[in-house]
Design a protein around this ligand. Structure first.
Ligand SMILES: Cc1cc2nc3c(=O)[nH]c(=O)nc-3n(C[C@H](O)[C@H](O)[C@H](O)COP(=O)(O)OP(=O)(O)OC[C@H]3O[C@@H](n4cnc5c(N)ncnc54)[C@H](O)[C@@H]3O)c2cc1C
Length: 366
């Protein structure tokens, strides 16, 4: 079997790539398993996504979803008391608290079209051939693709075979969605970040009024079975006085044992090759501190689709330009991230902050 363009995945990067391909008059085969709905973490959509949603002609429909504009950020980062941070310019609009499942479904719905073909399968592996990539698909005949956009997230099913992939760190996130028990209280919509000895806490109010609380740390710095131990989780919350106070004062109820998610950074040495390009987490997973993962997925999905169009017409320069742009952006990002962690001087001697302040992005650990 043969096809010109394949997009792997059906997350945010893949949907952006499919919509952009459609805008460019191209059709593609999208390969990804059926998505199950889940309480997936990652609900802060940066204001930098607004322009991209407009470019994808989704802005009005996005506004109609009824997500919460969240422009307040309270932070106890380099000092123990909360300060209100404000953005330099509001001309680019709001940052949003979204319903993550709903947002992904919304993008998926807009990426489906009569010209695109969808295969609800998983790719097992791939190999380079003279005229493209040969995709080995679970329970399906192999598929020969002229060009592949890899949006398979952390699994990076194409990039990990055709490039080198490095794990930078093994930060982990423990998180709970909690309900309000006292609905008379109007919770303050906004993000709160609190640095503590062994990591940092993040909390926000969701559009359905639940609160997400999450703790970013290293697995060896907390109780080994924290995700099965509500008592240890509550004790940890007690050690984060500002987060604890927010939960209590806004009338939220007792917290169950948390869920856990890998929050470590993974990067590929190349974001593209002769017949393929990576977008979103498949190329680089960012530290969630930046809240830019979804914007990066939207942006790179769009740019990957444009580069793909040029490449199938014989012009590889857009793919090279994409590679250069993301490489430069990642270098700037790394410096900024380390500086941000190093600014927490009050905990500088604790292992979490020592490790974050000396992240080595050149490390090659599989
Ligand atoms: C703890 C945590 C908190 C976060 N919080 C935020 C936040 O608040 N704001 C923010 O902007 N970002 C946040 N992020 C980052 C954000 O969630 C990701 O950057 C974003 O989801 C990346 O989207 P993606 O489309 O690249 O990948 P994914 O959403 O991972 O999609 C990957 C797709 O590929 C498919 N796939 C995988 N393997 C295969 C295969 N072999 N064959 C076919 N298909 C395959 C999957 O089924 C899926 O459809 C957070 C991340 C973490 C870990």
């Amino acid at each position: 079997m043969k096809t010109d363009i394949v997009v792997v995945g059906s997350g945010i990067a893949a949907s952006a790539a499919m919509i952009r391909l459609q805008q460019l008059g191209l059709s593609a085969t999208q390969i990804a398993p059926v998505e199950k709905s889940s309480d997936r973490i990652g609900e802060t959509l940066s204001y930098t996504a607004n322009q991209l949603l407009k470019q994808l002609q989704l802005w009005e429909a996005f506004l109609a979803r009824g997500y919460l504009a969240q422009d307040l950020v309270f932070s106890a980062w380099d000092q123990p008391t909360l300060t209100r941070q404000s953005r330099f310019s509001r001309s680019q609009g709001s940052t949003w608290s979204i319903d993550r499942d709903d947002f992904e479904d919304f993008l998926r719905m807009h990426s489906a079209n009569d010209r695109h073909h969808r295969l609800f399968k998983k790719i097992k592996t791939c190999s380079q051939t003279t005229d493209g990539l040969l995709l080995d698909i679970d329970d399906h005949l192999p598929l020969q693709a002229g060009f592949v956009i890899d949006c398979s997230g952390r699994s990076a099913i194409i990039g990990r075979r055709l490039s080198r992939r490095h794990r930078i760190d093994n930060m982990i996130c423990y998180y709970s969605f909690i309900k309000q028990s006292d609905t008379e209280i109007e919770p303050t919509v906004g993000i709160m970040i609190e640095a503590v000895e062994n990591g940092w806490w993040y909390s926000a109010i969701l559009p359905d009024r639940r609160m997400i609380i999450s703790f970013y740390t290293y697995p060896d710095l907390v109780h080994q079975h924290l995700n099965r131990d509500a008592q240890s989780w509550r004790s940890l919350i007690d050690q984060a006085p500002l987060t604890q106070k927010r939960i209590e004062s806004a009338g939220y109820c007792a917290v169950e044992a948390p869920l856990a998610s890998d929050a470590g950074m993974l990067m590929q040495s190349e974001s593209s090759g002769r017949n393929w390009i990576s977008a979103g987490d498949a190329f680089a997973t960012l530290d969630p501190l930046s809240s830019h993962g979804m914007t990066q997925a939207l942006w790179s999905g769009c740019r990957a689709a444009e580069a793909c169009m040029n490449s199938i017409h014989g012009d590889h320069s857009e793919v090279d330009k994409f590679e250069q742009t993301v490489t430069q952006a990642m270098q700037a990002y790394q410096t900024e991230l380390i500086t941000k962690y190093q600014s927490v001087k009050r905990f500088a001697r604790y292992p979490f902050w020592e490790r974050r302040g000396s992240l080595d992005f050149r490390k090659k650990s599989a």
